[in-house]
Write a protein that binds this ligand. Structure first.
Ligand code: ADP
Ligand code: MG
Ligand code: MG
Length: 208
C-alpha cells in the first residue's frame, strides 16, 4: 500500500475514531490526576480535523498533518491541543513536499514531533507526560533505518504503549497533574495514554 496524501487523510479519520472510542477512558484517567477533559478535548479536536481534511483534500502528507495541527490548535483548549498541534506542525515541516512516505520519513516525522512537544512543554522523560510515550516511540522508529512504514509504526506504537504504562508509578512534574505532587503516582498519564492510542491506530491502518 502506498502512503500518500490520500492514505494519510484516511489515517486521520482513524485517529478521530480511536479517540472517540476511548473518550471515556481518557476522561477517567484525566479525572484521576487532572481536570477530566482530555477525552473530550481530543474527541472534539480530531473529529474537527478529520472533517477539515475530508473537505480540503490536501495534496501531500505534510499538508494533511499541517491542517490537522492548525485545527487542533484552534479547537482544543488546555495543554494537549497546542502540544499535539506543535508536534504535528513540526512533523509536517519535517516531511516538506514528500509525496509518498517511507519508513524513514515516518521516523523523521516522529522525531520532529517529539522535539516540538519538548520545545513547547519543556517536559523530560520521567515527568509523567506524553513525552514518556512519544520519546520511546521516536527512538524505536529511529532504530529501524530502511524498514517500511508499517514496521516503523508498529515498533513506535509498541514502544509508546510501554512508555505509557511506565508512567503509572511516576510523580508528575509538568502539567496539571504536577499540582498533586506525590498523589499523582499510581495513575497512568492521560496524554501518554492518548499518544499510545494514536500511534496504535496509525500502526493498524498501516498494517491494512
Ligand atoms: P489540560 O491539562 O489543560 O486539561 P489535557 O487534559 O487535554 O489538558 O491534557 C493533559 C495532558 O497533557 C497530560 O496528561 C500530559 O500528558 C500533557 N501535558 C501537560 N503538560 C505538558 C508538558 N508541559 N509537556 C508535555 N506534555 C504535557
Ligand atoms: Mg485535562
Ligand atoms: Mg483542561
Amino acid at each position: 500500500m502506498g502512503c500518500g496524501a490520500r492514505e494519510v487523510a484516511g489515517a486521520v479519520r482513524a485517529l478521530a475514531d480511536v479517540v472517540v472510542a476511548h473518550r471515556n477512558e481518557l476522561v477517567r484517567l484525566d479525572r484521576e490526576i487532572g481536570d477530566g477533559d482530555h477525552g473530550e478535548n481530543l474527541s472534539r479536536g480530531f473529529l474537527a480535523a478529520a472533517e477539515k481534511v475530508a473537505l480540503a483534500e490536501p495534496t501531500t502528507p505534510g499538508a494533511v498533518l499541517k491542517l490537522v495541527a492548525t485545527t487542533l490548535i484552534s479547537t482544543v483548549g488546555g495543554a494537549a491541543g497546542p502540544l499535539y498541534g506543535t508536534a504535528l506542525l513540526r512533523a509536517a515541516t519535517a516531511l516538506g513536499e514528500v509525496a509518498e512516505l517511507s519508513g524513514d520519513d515516518v521516523a523523521l516525522a516522529l522525531r520532529a514531533a517529539l522535539d516540538g512537544v519538548v520545545a513547547r512543554g519543556k517536559a523530560q522523560v520521567g515527568d509523567k507526560t506524553m513525552v514518556d510515550a512519544l520519546s520511546p516511540a521516536a527512538a524505536a522508529a529511529a532504530g529501524l533505518g530502511g524498514a517500511g512504514v508499517g514496521e516503523v509504526l508498529a515498533a513506535a506504537a509498541a514502544a509508546a504503549e510501554g512508555g505509557a504504562r511506565a508512567t503509572v508509578p511516576l510523580v508528575a512534574r509538568k502539567g496539571r497533574a504536577s499540582y498533586l505532587g506525590e498523589r499523582s503516582a499510581g495513575h497512568m498519564d492521560p496524554g501518554a495514554r492518548s499518544t499510545a492510542l494514536l500511534l496504535g491506530a496509525l500502526a493498524r491502518v498501516a498494517a491494512g
